[in-house]
Write a protein of this length. Structure first.
Lengths: 234, 220, 324
């Protein structure tokens, strides 16, 4: 009985110590870049950051249901706009522009040839992940003649993981993932869609505002572009 | 990862304790209650999480725990994506694993023993302490271990109502999913291997304890 | 005075005395005791106190030694007894445990005891719990005759010290004979004193006939006082309530016999002769209102010219006087 009480007290005590933390909901494609940016942030600020990633659509739904996030970094502009329209987030601000790219396990001369050879093609969820939506859109325009079976992962990161583990021959993913899987062959797509990635501050969080300014700073933008994104302002 | 281990253990521990407190009277009623029809209904309801896809539970819990939901309205910002929400989800999800062994054990209790205890002057609390608990302690150990293990192994419900927040709702199974998606296979191996070893060890300990118990009974 | 009213039966017996219920197994004796412990219909009352059957089961102050001899599971004997003693403020239970011979069992787990050991522990538990009445359901059925005798006497002694009454259910006549004052005979549906019941019992079971005499006090220097007269006796069990003198130990003489190794000679009157077989006959003898039985041959009866009303001398050895 004593042991149980002690454990309960411990749990309660741990629960009570809530510090100044900014919770960021980030689209899967930007998570590696965001985590790489954190040391730069920590050098200048003492606000702790926790990162939750997933498909932008799922994150939007969580925020609508009351998830305690301060900042939402989406993979597109549509989901933050939807939050803004429902008064759940501040006016969206573009923080980066991402590109769709093909990652394949086999060698080929170019993207179209590589995709043609593929038996299985992995995409992000075409309804909840902007990169999945972009990939589906690109395929209807330019990929009608591909015979590959299309499989959907939960998020764009999941799509890449299918290719890395060899379960899919090719994946249409974010170009920012390029450094994660150097063993794959990466092919820029012709007429590659560009995704305008927007951020939205939730619940008027001042910490989130500070972090967003940091993201838009020259140093951070430079770092983001090094990671496979286009500049926030075209 | 340490935060996720702590969250997972805390969640499993709190869930198990809540289940033991709530599940014991429920199991008692299921085993000894009067209304047979009502008992059948509740029995079926308790067993539902065994066969229901976790996403069904997750979906309804999401609605219930939302700020304007039936349960969520009692808290300022809703209970979804909070530790408390996870506890509520896990309690429902692991309910049969605690209630069923307890109810089975309670229904095997000798009625004459309970009658005797009553006539010996024991009040219900003393009856529980001196007769019911000693007679069914193996079932309590089993129920607690299964409830704990099953909560640790939970994924679908947590995925839907957890929100994957490190330090708050990111349990090991979710973190593992995250690490696999982000190609962090070294970390994924540590988590998956650790869970595998811990679960196996728990079951080995549990079964050997059961065997030993059965053995001493026969031997003496 | 105790009263029990149940299913149209109505029994009364004085406080401190024991009521025995005899009958074949399966006739409903166990249900009767279970009803007294747990049921709610009927009347079970001491003097003008509350009807115990209207109280909840745990407030009746009954010491119930159930037939199953159920003990608290998965714990040591002393854990169970200590908890019961604490609940009922019974501080001297170790002494009773010693008397019942269960001191060596205290460290054992209840599930590891033999049938007889369980019964003795269950009896002690009943004694600890009893404030009003002991309910003993075949409490010594798993013990051999000697041990059963010893345990019953011990329980009777403990109950007497605390002025407890008891209801004892048994299919063994000697269990009732050793302890009870009143007997309900299930088959004949008759409620009577032990002496009357014993008389009927002897007539129904002549081959086991014996005299059953209450003692005026404890035995002293190989002598006991019965009916105001000293009798020589063998070693008696402690706390003996009654002595038995088996009919085959009793011989009859026409004239006052001379000195011999036969210690007891009583002047008695023949009140009945019952034929059992070609070789045996039971003579019922009256000694100041106490019955003595003699198992003799028809030939001896003829030689002595035994007839109702004849005054003769009955003889039996000291060692024929045993604890009932």
């Amino acid at each position: 009985m004593k042991a149980v009480t002690t454990v309960l007290l411990l749990i309660v005590a741990c629960h009570a110590q809530a510090s100044q933390t900014l919770r960021i909901a980030v689209a899967s494609n930007f998570k590696p870049t965001l985590e790489a940016l954190l040391p730069l942030w920590q050098a200048q600020n003492d606000i702790a950051i926790t990162v939750s990633s997933g498909p932008s659509g799922a994150l939007t739904q969580q925020i609508l249901a009351g998830a305690p996030f301060g900042l939402f970094l989406s993979a597109d502009a549509g989901f933050p706009e939807a939050l803004y329209a429902k008064d759940k987030g501040a006016k969206p601000v573009v923080y980066a522009r991402g590109q769709l790219i093909a990652a394949c396990g086999h060698n080929a001369s170019a993207a179209m040839a590589a995709l043609q050879q593929a038996n299985t093609l992995a995409l992000a969820n075409t309804r909840t992940a902007p990169y999945g939506q972009a990939a589906a859109g690109w395929l209807t325009e330019h990929g009608k003649h591909f015979s590959a079976k299309q499989v959907q992962a939960g998020s764009v990161a999941g799509a890449l993981q299918f290719a890395v583990t060899g379960n899919a021959d090719c994946a249409l993913v974010a170009s920012s993932f390029r450094q994660l899987a150097p063993k794959l062959h990466w092919y820029p797509l012709p007429h590659a869609p560009v995704l305008t990635q927007a951020a939205s501050v939730i619940n008027n969080s001042s910490a989130a505002q500070t972090f967003l300014s940091f993201l838009l700073s020259d140093a951070a933008q430079h770092f983001i572009q090094q990671n496979g994104y286009l500049a926030a302002k075209p | 990862m340490n935060a996720a281990i702590w969250i997972t253990c805390k969640l499993a521990l709190v869930t198990t304790l809540v289940l033991l407190v709530l599940g014991t009277p429920l199991a008692w009623w299921l085993a000894q209650g009067r209304s047979r029809f009502l008992r059948t209904l509740v029995e079926a309801a308790v067993a539902l999480p065994l066969i229901l896809p976790p996403t069904v539970l997750g979906f309804y819990l999401l609605l219930l725990l939302a700020p304007d939901g039936a349960i969520g309205q009692f808290s300022q910002s809703g209970l979804a994506f909070s530790f408390m929400g996870l506890v509520i989800g896990s309690v429902i999800y692991s309910l049969p694993f605690v209630v069923q062994p307890l109810a089975a054990s309670f229904s095997q209790l000798d009625t004459r023993l309970l009658q005797l205890g009553r006539s010996q002057g024991l009040n219900p609390w003393q009856l529980l302490r001196h007769i019911v608990l000693p007679a069914t302690c193996h079932a309590f150990v089993m129920a607690a271990a299964l409830g704990f293990a099953h909560t640790v192994g939970e994924f679908g419900v947590v995925l839907m109502i957890g929100g994957n927040i490190p330090g708050e709702t990111q349990v090991l199974s979710i973190l593992l999913f995250d690490e696999v998606e982000t190609l962090n296979f070294a970390q994924a191996h540590r988590i998956a291997g650790g869970l595998l070893a811990a679960s196996f060890a728990l079951l080995v300990v549990l079964y050997s304890w059961q065997k030993k118990r059965g053995h001493t009974r026969v031997a003496t | 005075m105790w009263q029990l009213e149940l299913d149209g039966q109505h029994w009364r017996w004085p406080q401190g005395q024991w009521l025995g219920i005899s009958g074949p197994s399966g006739c409903g004796k166990t249900q009767l005791l279970t009803h007294m412990a747990c049921g709610t219909k009927g009347l079970l009352q001491r003097g003008a106190q509350t009807n115990l059957l209207t109280l909840p089961s745990h407030k009746r102050g009954l010491g119930w030694a159930a037939q199953s001899a159920a003990l608290w599971p998965n714990q040591r004997v002393h854990t169970m007894l200590n908890a019961l003693a604490a609940l009922h403020q019974a501080n001297h239970w170790q002494r009773d445990a010693h008397e019942l011979g269960i001191t060596p069992l205290l460290q054992q787990y209840t599930d590891t005891l033999s049938g007889g050991e369980r019964q003795r522990v269950a009896l002690l538990a009943a004694v600890i719990c009893a404030k009003n009445l002991l309910l003993l359901d075949e409490p010594v059925s798993a013990l051999d005759a000697n041990a059963a005798h010893h345990v019953l006497n011990a329980i009777r002694h403990i109950a007497a010290q605390r002025e407890l009454s008891a209801i004892l259910v048994s299919h063994q006549w000697q269990d009732l004979a050793a302890t009870c004052h009143w007997v309900y005979h299930w088959q004949s549906n008759s409620f009577s004193t032990l002496a009357d019941a014993h008389r009927a019992h002897v007539l129904n079971h002549p081959s086991n006939a014996c005299a059953l005499w209450p003692l005026d006090g404890p035995s002293l220097n190989g002598q006991v006082l019965v009916n105001g007269q000293p009798l020589d006796c063998g070693p008696l069990a402690p706390n003996t309530l009654r002595v038995r003198i088996d009919a085959h130990e009793v011989s009859i003489a026409h004239q006052q016999p001379g000195p011999s190794s036969i210690a007891n000679t009583l002047s008695v009157t023949v009140t009945g002769l019952s034929h059992i077989s070609d070789t045996s006959l039971i003579a019922t003898l009256d000694w100041h209102g106490y019955q003595l039985y003699a198992l003799i041959t028809p030939k001896a009866a003829t030689t002595l010219g035994l007839a109702k009303g004849l005054c003769v001398y009955a003889q039996f050895k000291a060692h024929a006087v045993n604890s009932a």
